[in-house]
Design a protein around this ligand. Structure first.
Ligand code: F6R
Length: 369
């Protein structure tokens, strides 16, 4: 049932192009408009919502952090993202004009379930983004947008994460469509870009051998740092989480701009530092800033592992290891940038003799608070 792969995780990483395509399927109408009929929340509620609050845990939380950029950019509705386990303990401000989005692969995560119950008690509408049909979280929500990743067996989430991103982008565009902040031609353009992602992930997967080799060469390290900016920041957090849970290594993700406010003191000779580089097109200011960060890190003797778009030549002189990803629009880059980090963590776990599909101390769905 592992389809010829040694681990479910490897199989699920390889299934990502299909999972992404399946999650888009049937959700785009003939004239390019989004047809999210499952979002059974009255359009008047979607139009009048004055705040979006995303609650989730772990990898799903990272998808939520990325979704915030898309939602605020495409709808201009303020969006907060909160760890579900923290949410109801701080008396959050919720009312019928708050749209709460609960993201969960399993649909059974107790922290997320308790957060959504609390939100509904306060009168907020809750929309679930979920991968498991008929599970508790969608059953208790006002509506559900399913991700079509298929069953995810490995404890570490991979294909579910990419499909959560697809669902979040679709939902953000749909909110824009309903509220009139995004017009049909703009939506069509993004949908066209989204439709490319499946093939781009496929291409990334074909070039992963050097990443695996690199991972094996780092098997005796104690720490790996991950840096990113903008949507690359949650990608850095996700890269660090994957490494912790699979390789049992100390790993931390930082926003690259924070480096100078403390974390740069950690930079040491030979410390591996993974940097997710924003596209040099679009937000080129961020690109140039992160290139300076890479220079600073390199000047202190650390080992730089740079994930950068094809054609980005500015990073070449400062990269000890360069991982190329296809050019995508800025907001969509996490879908291709996360893939090498999954492969990296999986290979490091194998090199360290860890159980890839069943990391110690972890369960696939966490049904206790
Ligand atoms: C990380 C991982 C966990 C889950 C988290 C939420 O690889 O698997 O961090 O993402 O426990 O689980 P769901 O999405 O089922 O609510």
């Amino acid at each position: 049932e592992k389809g010829g792969y040694d681990y479910f995780m490897l199989k699920e990483i390889a299934e990502q192009p299909k999972a992404v395509a399946d999650t888009l399927l049937g959700r785009i109408g003939a004239s390019g408009e989004l047809t999210l009929d499952e979002v059974r929340i009255p359009q008047s509620v979607l139009r009048e919502a004055d705040k979006v609050v995303i609650v989730a845990c772990g990898t799903a939380f990272h998808a939520g952090l990325i979704a915030k950029y898309a939602i605020e950019h495409w709808t201009r509705i303020p969006c907060e993202v909160e760890l579900a386990s923290e949410f109801r303990y701080r008396d959050p401000i919720l009312d019928p004009r708050t749209l709460v989005i609960a993201i969960s692969q399993s649909g059974e995560t107790m922290d997320t379930l308790m957060a959504l119950r609390h939100a509904r008690e306060q009168g907020a509408k809750v929309l679930a983004i979920c991968n498991t049909n008929g599970s508790t979280i969608p059953r208790e929500s006002d509506a559900v947008l399913y991700t079509h990743a298929g069953p995810e067996v490995a404890v570490a989430s991979t294909k579910a994460f990419l499909t959560q991103l697809v669902a979040c982008y679709l939902l953000a565009l749909y909110l824009g469509q309903v509220r009139g902040t995004k017009w049909a031609d703009e939506i069509r353009a993004v949908v066209r870009d989204l439709a490319q992602i499946s093939g781009q992930v496929e291409r990334v997967l074909e070039t992963m051998e050097p990443v695996r080799e690199l991972a094996r060469s780092l098997a005796d390290k104690n720490t790996v740092l991950f840096l990113g900016r903008h949507v690359g920041y949650p990608v850095a957090l996700e890269g660090a989480l994957k490494l912790k849970e699979l390789a049992y290594m100390h790993a931390e993700g930082f926003a690259a701009g924070e480096l100078k406010h403390g974390p740069i003191a950690l930079i040491d000779k030979d410390l591996p530092v993974v940097v997710v580089v924003p596209s040099p097109r679009g937000r080129s200011v961020l690109h140039d800033k992160i290139v300076s960060n890479i220079q600073e890190i390199r000047a202190r003797g650390a080992r730089t592992i740079v994930i950068a778009e094809e054609g980005d030549e500015a990073v070449v002189p400062y990269a000890d290891h360069l991982v190329r990803i296809p050019a995508t629009p800025t907001l969509l880059q996490p879908m291709v940038a996360a893939v090498p980090l999954q492969v990296f963590a999986c290979e490091l776990a194998t090199a360290r003799g860890n159980e890839v599909d069943q990391p110690r101390n972890l369960a696939k769905s966490v049904t206790v608070e």
